[in-house]
Structure formats: structure tokens, C-alpha cells
Design a protein around this ligand. Structure first.
Ligand code: NAD
Length: 274
């Protein structure tokens, strides 16, 4: 049987034209990679995250010029619910809509459980988990109004399995997988999907800081940490890339992914297949 093909290649290349996407923690690493991929697919972008104002300004201008989309920026601090609420209200007021929400902001801290600093626990839970609750609850009314929404939570392989010394991070990432499922169930009939992406190690500033810390702690070289500590977990023996995560986020944002919801998808070179 011949199935009529309605999509043209050009449609796919700008599959997100006219959509508005907000990516938390997009001044660096994975979030920036995802923001660039969504912009390349035609979406207007709201960046968020910490950093030097002039550099963030350049990133914004570069995205707008390279991809012919609007790119704005919110400095909202993901530890502060009021700041998050202001970002969400401003985004929806200025753009008139919010189609794609990527909850990506995250930090890490490594310490044994009985020595884990209480303020670090609170900070990690706030940024890596609670911020996604706040952005999601505030995005849903606008998405419901349009009958369309895509929520992508950047969890981690540590949303599926544990590792020692990462109590707060593993707890927050397991939590966000749970939030993903509940969000998917509550929105399933409303044209909205919610999925978690669970990357293994990706070479970003967040991981670079861990490499330096581990090298000092074990008295081994940078390359040994990569080979014997980090990628020991990852059967394909290479870092996942921000481009791979960007391409997946674009696909999950398209109409073609409309039946995919409530999943936690590993992008980890086989780590969680063990
Ligand atoms: P990164 O350090 O390069 O980027 C983190 C981003 O979060 C930055 O833009 C930073 O400014 C922002 N951020 C931090 N604190 C913030 C706050 N209080 N308010 C607003 N923004 C804040 O790290 P990354 O590796 O790109 O990590 C991005 C996400 O991917 C995180 O949720 C992380 O847990 C997850 N992740 C990373 C890896 C990896 O190997 N790099 C693997 C799995 C999951």
C-alpha cells in the first residue's frame, strides 16, 4: 500500500517555524546546544542562565543572525520561584505563546552522603527539580490554550540508576523522571507531550569540573579520569554530544513525535543497558 507523503524536505528543515521555545540553563553546554538546534529548526528562542552579560548578548545576536529567528534572554534564577514566575509571565506576554519548554538548568556537587553540605542539597533540588515544577505549572495554561505543547526535561542516566557521592543529583534526576510521567498523564488528551531525556556523560563545563576534581582526588591525569572513571560506565566509550541532544529535542518537538509522551529516553551509549 502506498502511504501518501505530505511532508517536503523544506518543511522538515524549518519544522518549528512560528513556535516559541524557552530553554532553561541555555547559556552553556547542553542547553545552549538544544537552543541552537531548536533555532535552526525555526523556533524563536528564550535563553536563560547565568553568565557574563556581554557574552550572553553575543550568543543571542549570533543565534538570531545565524538562524533568522528571534532570540531573547531571561536572567531568572532557577532557585527562586518568584523569579521563575516573572520569566514565564514575560515570555508568554511578549511572545503571545509558549510551545516548547526545555527544563535543562542543572548543577552538580559530589560528596559522601554523611558529609553532603545541606545548602548544596537544597540548591540542587531547587535548580535540578523544583524549577521544572514551577516552569511546567506556569507553561501549561498557555499550552492548553493553543492545544499544543512540548515539555522536555533534561534528566540524566542518573535519573535511572544511582552512583555513589551524588545523593542530591541522583535524587533530583529520579524526581524529574517522576514529574515527567505525571505531566504526561495530566496532558495526554491536550496535544501536549512531556518527555525526559537521560544523557550519559556529555563533555560540557559541568563535566569538566568533575574531571578536574576527580583527577585531584585520585592523583591521576585528566585523560585517565575520562577513560577509567567517567567512560568506564559508558559502553560506547565516547561522550554523547550536545548536537545529538539538540537533534533529539527537535524531533520530540515536532508533530511526528505527538504519540511519544511520558518516557525517559537514555542517550547514554548503553550505560543503562547493563
Ligand atoms: P553546564 O554547566 O554547561 O550548563 C548548566 C546551565 O545551567 C548553564 O547555562 C548555567 O548558567 C545554568 N544554571 C546553573 N544554575 C542556574 C540557576 N540558579 N539559574 C539559572 N540557570 C542556572 O552543564 P550541562 O552539562 O550542559 O548540563 C545541563 C543539564 O544536563 C543539567 O540538568 C545536567 O544535570 C544535565 N546532564 C548533563 C550531563 C553531562 O554529562 N554534561 C549528563 C546528564 C545530564
Amino acid at each position: 500500500m502506498n502511504i501518501p507523503v505530505k511532508l517536503q524536505t523544506s518543511d522538515l528543515a524549518r519544522a518549528l517555524a512560528g513556535k516559541v521555545a524557552l530553554v532553561t540553563g541555555s547559556t552553556s553546554g547542553i542547553g545552549l546546544g538544544i537552543a541552537r538546534a531548536l533555532a535552526a529548526a525555526g523556533a524563536d528562542i528564550v535563553l536563560n542562565g547565568l553568565g557574563v552579560a556581554a557574552e550572553i548578548g553575543r550568543t543571542r545576536e549570533q543565534i538570531a543572525a545565524e538562524f533568522g529567528v528571534r532570540a531573547s534572554y531571561s536572567s531568572a534564577d532557577m532557585t527562586r520561584p518568584r523569579s521563575i514566575a516573572e520569566m514565564m509571565a514575560a515570555t508568554i506576554a511578549e511572545s503571545g505563546r509558549l510551545d516548547i519548554l526545555v527544563n535543562n538548568a542543572g548543577i552538580q556537587h559530589i560528596a559522601p552522603l554523611d558529609q553532603f553540605p545541606v545548602e548544596k542539597w537544597d540548591q540542587i533540588l531547587a535548580i535540578n527539580l523544583s524549577s521544572a515544577f514551577h516552569t511546567t505549572r506556569l507553561a501549561l495554561p498557555a499550552m492548553r490554550e493553543n492545544g499544543f505543547g512540548r515539555i522536555i526535561n533534561i534528566a540524566s542516566a542518573h535519573g535511572l540508576v544511582g552512583s555513589p557521592f551524588k545523593a542530591a543529583y541522583v535524587t533530583a534526576k529520579h524526581g524529574i523522571v517522576g514529574l515527567t510521567k505525571v505531566t504526561a498523564l495530566e496532558t495526554a488528551e491536550q496535544g501536549i507531550t512531556c518527555n525526559a531525556i537521560c544523557p550519559g556523560y556529555v563533555y560540557t563545563p559541568l563535566v569538566e569540573a568533575q574531571i578536574d576534581g576527580q583527577a585531584r582526588a585520585h592523583g591521576i591525569s585528566h585523560d585517565q579520569v575520562i577513560r577509567d572513571v567517567l567512560l568506564a560506565q559508558q559502553p560506547n566509550k565516547r561522550f554523547a554530544t550536545v548536537e545529538e541532544l539538540g537533534a533529539l529535542s527537535v524531533f520530540l518537538s515536532t508533530d511526528a513525535a505527538g504519540s511519544i509522551t511520558g518516557i525517559a529516553l537514555p542517550v547514554d551509549g548503553g550505560w543503562t543497558a547493563h
